[in-house]
Design a protein around this ligand. Structure first.
Ligand code: PGA
Ligand code: ZN
Length: 428
């Protein structure tokens, strides 16, 4: 049972405060976790509690830390840590608001994850075994790797947020990471030849060139794949996180600032993206439309749904929103970010709901991350089939890749790798 909770204010990869937490169980087992934080957050996400005032420009988390060791600690003291659903239900019951804004989703998730890690420690099993549904073997996910960043992650050098490599042709997780690192290097070479600076990296470790058009990023990426000696399409598919809400204007138009404020209606944006899909080997489109454009999403899914259409800010890891999406035939995949909902149990519920309805799942880090690797274990144990944690550099990114590389190396043929099937089918 949970005996004691300690918490403190630490820093995330952007140098912003974040909640750190350690849970101690009777018997001496322990778990420790930090929580991540987004920059292009969805309107319907669970709420982080920030202090305001002048410390850390208002971004301090001392109130969240205080809630973790008082309200939340009292709620779970004596609860069996092995019963994660009971722990998470007790945590959620401390906050009557729908988005955990009173106690703080950052405090809640820190306790939820640290408790799960303590329970795994008590059982002397890795976290991925603890979180797996009974009878489920772990599944190594297909990685989706950031190569070029724009939007809120790179000073809005271009409007679209993420251009990613999906190494569908690799036969193992290790080979997938090697392919991805090669693509990043090849793309950097191509950009350098065009006179772009490649020394600085964006929030997720990707390149952040100021290109004249969004489509230009796709040309550079395809050239980078070829420079790496790989085949666009068969070796490396392309994923795009449009993060469209970020450039949606009040009047309902999408405004591409990098292209001289070109204005597109929702239908025109879908046609623009359809044009990209015809010209480039795009296999996944994330947040292709605004977070509340249910009609546009359903139309986009009808038009482009033979590709993965992934809802991030659209679903915000929320079971109710995903249910509506399933009913409306909007999107066909869900991005899962535990801090969008607040507890591990609720995130797991979304994964299962998705798989039960033929929706694919991509477990995802945030643009503000930490040195923790627990996300990798969740992807394995929950069999999400895909994972997105940023580029092949910056330690907060490599912590997750390295954890998966370690597990593949240690388990060898005893662990299944999703490979291209991770994106071509729900994998539960
Ligand atoms: P965020 O970005 O963490 O800034 O929200 C990640 C994403 O949009 O996928
Ligand atoms: Zn996104």
């Amino acid at each position: 049972a949970i005996r004691e909770i300690t918490a403190w204010e630490g820093l995330d990869s952007r140098g912003k405060p974040t909640v750190g937490c350690e849970v101690l169980l009777d018997g001496g087992a322990r778990g420790q976790a930090y929580v991540p934080s987004g920059a292009s957050t969805g309107r319907h996400e669970a709420r982080e509690l920030r202090d305001g005032g002048t410390r850390y420009a208002g971004q301090g988390v001392r109130r969240a830390v205080s809630n973790a060791v008082t309200v939340l600690a009292e709620a779970v003291r004596g609860v069996d840590a092995l019963d994660l659903r009971a722990v998470d239900a007790a945590l959620r019951a401390t906050d009557a608001t729908p988005h955990l804004g009173t106690v703080g989703a950052n405090a809640v998730l820190a306790v939820s994850v640290a408790t799960a890690l303590a329970a795994a420690d008590a059982q002397r099993i890795p976290l991925y075994r603890l979180v797996a549904a009974a009878g489920d073997a772990p599944l190594l996910p297909l990685p989706m790797v950031n190569i070029i960043s724009g939007g809120a992650h790179a000073g809005r050098s271009i409007d679209v947020q993420d251009f990613l490599a999906v190494p569908v042709g690799a036969r193992s997780f290790a080979e997938a990471i090697e392919y991805s690192a090669r693509v990043r290097r090849g793309t950097a070479e191509v950009l350098a030849e065009q006179g772009h600076s490649t020394a600085l990296v964006a929030d997720e470790g990707g390149l952040g060139p100021a290109l004249p058009t969004n489509r230009g990023a796709l040309d550079v990426l395809v050239a980078g794949i070829e420079r790496a000696g790989l085949q666009p399409g068969s070796d490396i598919g392309i994923a795009v996180d449009v993060a469209a809400t970020q450039f949606l204007a009040q009047d309902g138009h999408y405004v591409l600032a990098a292209e001289g404020n070109r204005r597109l209606s929702a239908a025109e944006l879908v046609e623009e993206l359809a044009g990209w899909c015809e010209q480039y080997p795009i296999i996944s489109l994330e947040d292709a439309l605004g977070e509340d454009d249910w009609v546009g999403w359903a139309q986009a899914t009808e038009r482009l749904g033979h590709r993965q259409l992934l809802g991030d800010d659209f679903f915000v890891t929320d079971a109710e929103r995903l249910r509506r999406g399933i009913r409306d035939k909007a999107a066909n995949a869900v991005l899962v970010k535990p801090n969008q909902t607040g507890t591990l149990s609720d995130a797991h519920t979304v994964v299962r709901l998705a798989h039960d309805n033929g929706y694919r799942t991509v477990l995802s880090a945030r643009s503000g991350e930490t040195e923790d690797a627990w996300l990798a274990d969740l992807a394995l144990g929950w069999r999400t089939g895909q994972i997105k944690v940023g580029s092949t550099m910056r330690s907060e990114r490599t912590a997750k890749w390295n954890r998966l590389l370690q597990i593949e190396a240690q388990l060898g043929p005893d662990i299944e790798y999703a490979g291209a099937a991770g994106i071509s089918a729900g994998s539960s």
